[in-house]
Design a protein around this ligand. Structure first.
Ligand SMILES: O=C(O)CCC(=O)C(=O)O
Ligand SMILES: [Fe+2]
Length: 423
């Protein structure tokens, strides 16, 4: 967080003045409530006021030092949310539901500190590499053992990565960009055939990207695919590529999260919008089966615009989303961008579950990564074992400026075989 006397604050102030000099006075009246909230939280100057942002870590005494060290804080009661009583007397998961966003559940600190470190290592060194797609594969011939394992500056193993397209000097240099907005029709069992037969041409590599060191490309990594392959051009899954594997441990964490919630308390009183078969939440213990997802890598200035994840044929089953590293402001609104979104501060270890027809179709996004909020347990000095502490050092250095979100979904109802249904 910037202090008003610091040179960084003054620089942000100057940039703000320059950027807004020619802006019409009425511009903010044209923004939807969602867009206006995005702008507010994204702003470097003045730094956003987080007093209206729900920060459940403020209710947890064991997180005091984490909150103080990071500087940024929301409020314990900024948004109405209700604790869901645990399923049994032995259950110890603390879970919250939101009366205004039906189907949204938040499990603060669900992922243990050790597991958070394991997931970071898994995401960077084992998952973000072939055969899993990343945003960088489109433009570069990435090293076979993955970017992370080729980027060790300390051991002089840093690899020069070559672009896929021959270099052209005619075009302006473009960075292999963020996720693009494409409006897609919501997937459903009824239009599955047409989705399956829509052509999904590979994206063309950019002729303007120069060769780059693996260590610098790591900071341009934006996403890595999990499970069923996703085609960004059409915003549809590409089933012709087969089903990528889902890490067993990741599956277990997601299933544990879903099983730890008493869904009767979340969905028990409202049957609206579940479709002709009616609600299926009471079967999730057996039928929830994650089969796809994405790992999002955010650097401090990265954002994720308002969107709805509607490519899954299962339009109501839980989407499990885990936060690792720096904290972020997460916005979740309604069926259009015209509803005022609810702001929630997500910290490392928190799990969000989006479930049911209303929540799965709600616009949501991440307008702000809160710089300087890497918690102490993701620093190598907190790792007791000496060898593991040493191993963690490069991860700590990368995570200083990074937030990782592991976003896991269920594309098909359990037992649905897309190949048997293909024409
Ligand atoms: O980063 C997050 O918390 C949310 C990511 C998300 O909404 C998505 O991947 O669809
Ligand atoms: Fe999303």
């Amino acid at each position: 967080m910037l202090l008003p006397d610091s040179p960084e604050y003054k620089r942000a102030q100057r940039q703000h003045k320059k950027a807004t000099k020619n802006r019409p006075m009425t511009i903010d009246q044209e923004w939807t409530p969602f867009r206006a909230a995005e702008k507010r939280f994204k702003a470097r100057f003045p730094p956003p006021d987080l007093s209206g942002v729900l920060d459940l870590a403020c209710r947890d005494k064991s997180r005091v030092s984490e909150l103080d060290a990071g500087g940024w804080k929301g409020s314990a009661n900024a948004v109405e949310c209700l604790e869901i009583p645990p399923m049994s007397e032995t259950g110890n998961t603390i879970a919250y539901r939101f009366p205004t966003i039906h189907g949204l559940v938040l499990l603060p600190s669900f992922v243990s500190k050790e597991k958070q470190r394991e997931l970071v290592i898994w995401a960077l060194s084992r998952h973000a590499r072939q055969p899993n797609n990343t945003n960088l594969d489109i433009h570069y011939f990435l090293p076979e053992n993955g970017l992370w394992n080729s980027a060790r500056v300390d051991s002089q193993k840093d690899v020069l990565v070559q672009p896929r397209a021959p270099r052209s000097t005619d075009v302006e240099t473009a960075s292999p960009g963020p996720r693009q907005l494409v409006n897609n029709t919501p997937a459903s069992p009824e239009n599955f055939q047409s989705i399956n037969t829509t052509p999904k041409p590979p994206q063309s590599p950019s002729p303007s990207v120069p060769p780059a060191l693996a260590s610098s490309l790591l900071y341009k990594l934006r996403w890595a695919n999990i499970g069923w392959f996703y085609h960004w051009g059409t915003k549809q899954y590409d089933f012709s590529k087969g089903k990528g594997t889902i890490d067993g441990e990741l599956q277990r964490i997601c299933k544990d999260a879903v099983r730890s919630v008493d869904w009767t308390k979340v969905h028990g009183s409202n049957d609206d919008g579940w479709g002709s078969e009616g609600p299926d939440w009471h079967t999730w213990d057996e039928t929830y089966e994650p089969d796809a997802g994405i790992i999002n890598f955010y650097q401090e200035k990265d954002t994720l615009m308002a969107h709805v994840d509607r490519s899954e044929v299962c339009a109501t089953s839980p989407l499990v989303s885990m936060s690792l590293g720096n904290a972020a402001v997460f916005l979740i609104g309604g069926l259009t961008r015209d509803s005022e979104p609810t702001p929630i501060l997500l910290r490392s270890g928190d799990v969000v579950i989006m479930s049911g027809p209303a929540c799965r179709r709600a616009y949501h996004g991440v307008p702000r990564i809160l710089e300087g909020t890497l918690p102490g347990h993701l620093e190598s000095r907190s790792v007791k074992d000496e060898v593991m502490a040493k191993e963690w050092e490069p991860y700590e250095a990368y995570m200083r400026t990074t937030r990782i979100n592991i976003n896991v979904r269920q594309v098909f109802p359990k037992g649905f075989d897309p190949y048997a249904n293909a024409t």
